[in-house]
Write a protein that binds this ligand. Structure first.
Ligand code: ADP
Length: 481
């Protein structure tokens, strides 16, 4: 949950959606692990944390594990933090330098069951329990398949919504997970928790929830195919067939992401007056040490460095992109292999390419504002927030035709009146290059380019619409509507 803990888009969603739901009449409480990062952020933001003087106990492998409930409020949203230093007082959320933490099953199993215990300890009876990604899957699994929870009157009227933010992360563990969490060995079959000889938590979450959602309509269709389903396409086809799968597009926080008020920028601007945008570009180029003069498009990339994001495609095509007469800046962190590779190639260029390694929000904001185009050549993209932020900052997205990118970007060739970007179909260098070339040719036609920028900035991908959609689904599930 932004600003308490973040690795990617999920944090942005939880940072806004609960607040927007509260604004339209819900009473949302967020439950988060009390990560080290969370503690630091609370301190930095001077947010008060209250110890509720309450413990919860979760039994794992016959041993009682005790967690402490703390409470804070973020922009009016009540957040319960489940504290357990052994599990969460670590430098990263999920993955250290040498790979995923080995005890992630315990860490997130404890969290999933601990969340139910928190609801009980505080006597908060939720109509809807909204779970996100595999880390929370043991919540619905326990409510359906674990003795003690499956007939617990406390949760009698609770329905579970499960959102898949990215199906490539599934939480796959050994069979002994069942024992550890007191689940029956009979669940180890392909119709339930078994997945090629192991236990797949995401699969269990999907099967035991009352409604499964994902973060764009196109991604909801794609994950039902072999190409995008990461082995769960069959399960999702069945869920869709039962009418229990929905795609709801994410939004962005349009107050937080606003070039008119963004304090990180060198200058502020809006659709009617783009002077500030050009100033941001000039300053950014200066900072990056780019020496090219004249009317040259600056392409920005801000991304987790992961296979999904197509960073390899950019690196392979880099020389040819620059040869098209463009400059490129990449801000990213993640996979160490990509970080090394990008640093290496960055040294080969001085004038027109720079890789900035690290996670840095103010740099990100300056790149969103100072670039002319925003490149997202994703292999798959559940929703994608980068292109939505880019639109808001008048930076024209050049994206691959997949997932939420397809639901939010309209290609220039589809109709100049409505276009807000450029789309390429195939995950190949050539397909990407052809489209970048197309974008560059429009860039050199200033009135057309300006129209694109204005179309981009006029789009409304705020949370207002999405939060209403979520609420409609919640109401559809809840017995009292
Ligand atoms: P994902 O969740 O798959 O990483 P999204 O596009 O949905 O991708 O969300 C990514 C979010 O993280 C955006 O808000 C983007 O601006 C931000 N982001 C990604 N990498 C960086 C970085 N290196 N520095 C700052 N912000 C970043």
């Amino acid at each position: 949950m932004e600003p308490l803990a973040k690795t990617g888009g999920l944090a942005d969603v939880i940072g806004v959606l609960p607040r927007k739901l509260n604004e339209i009449g819900c009473d949302v409480r967020v439950i988060l692990p009390y990560y080290k990062e969370t503690r630091k952020n609370l301190k930095r933001l001077k947010l008060k944390v209250k110890d509720l003087n309450r413990d919860v106990i979760v039994t794992i492998d016959w041993l009682p594990y005790k967690g402490r409930i703390k409470e804070t409020t973020v922009e009016g949203v009540k957040v319960y933090l489940l504290a357990h230093d052994g599990f969460y007082d670590r430098d990263h959320l999920y993955t250290a330098a040498n790979g995923d933490y080995k005890d992630n099953d315990l860490r997130f199993g404890f969290f999933s069951l601990g969340a139910l215990e928190i609801a009980k300890a505080l006597d908060f009876r939720p109509d809807i329990i909204h779970c996100n990604d595999w880390q929370t899957a043991l919540t619905p699994i326990a409510l359906k398949w674990k003795r003690h929870y499956n007939n617990d009157p406390f949760f009698k009227n609770s329905e579970v919504v499960f959102t898949i933010h990215n199906i490539s992360y599934q939480g796959i563990f050994g069979k002994d997970l069942l024992d550890k969490f007191g689940l029956s060995g009979a669940l180890f079959n392909p119709e339930q928790l078994e997945f090629y000889g192991r236990v797949n938590l995401l699969k269990g979450g999907i099967l035991t929830s009352d409604l499964v959602t994902t973060v764009s309509p196109t991604y909801a269709r794609e994950i039902q195919t072999k190409e995008y389903g990461y082995g769960l396409d069959g399960v999702l086809r069945a869920v869709a067939h039962a009418g229990k799968l929905a795609g709801i597009l994410n939004g962005i926080d349009d107050e937080d992401w606003n070039p008119e008020t963004d304090k990180a920028l060198y200058a502020r601007y809006n659709a009617a007056d783009l002077e500030g945008k050009y100033e941001n570009k000039a300053k950014l180029k200066n900072l990056l040490g780019f020496s090219t003069n004249g009317h040259v498009p600056l392409i920005g990339v801000i991304s987790r460095l992961a296979h999904q994001k197509g960073i390899d495609l950019i690196v392979r095509a880099l020389h040819r992109i620059l040869d098209l007469g463009a400059e490129l800046v990449i801000l990213g962190a993640g996979d160490k292999g990509y970080e090394r590779l990008l640093k290496q190639v960055s040294d080969d260029y001085v004038d027109n390419f720079r890789a900035v390694i690290g996670y840095n929000e103010s740099k990100a904001r300056r790149i969103y504002a100072g670039s002319d185009m925003f490149l997202m050549p994703s292999r798959f993209e559940p929703c994608g927030l980068g292109q939505l932020i880019a639109l808001r900052y008048g930076t024209v997205p050049v994206v691959r035709a997949t997932g939420g990118l397809l639901d939010t970007i309209t290609d220039y060739d589809e109709g100049r009146e409505h276009a807000n970007g450029f789309i390429f179909d195939h995950f190949t260098e050539q397909s990407m290059l052809n489209t970048i070339e197309r974008a560059i040719s429009i860039y050199h036609n200033p009135p057309e380019w300006k129209r694109l920028i204005q179309n981009a900035m006029e789009q409304d991908f705020s949370w207002k619409r999405s939060s209403r959609e979520y609420l409609a689904y919640y109401k559809g599930l809840s017995p009292e509507g």
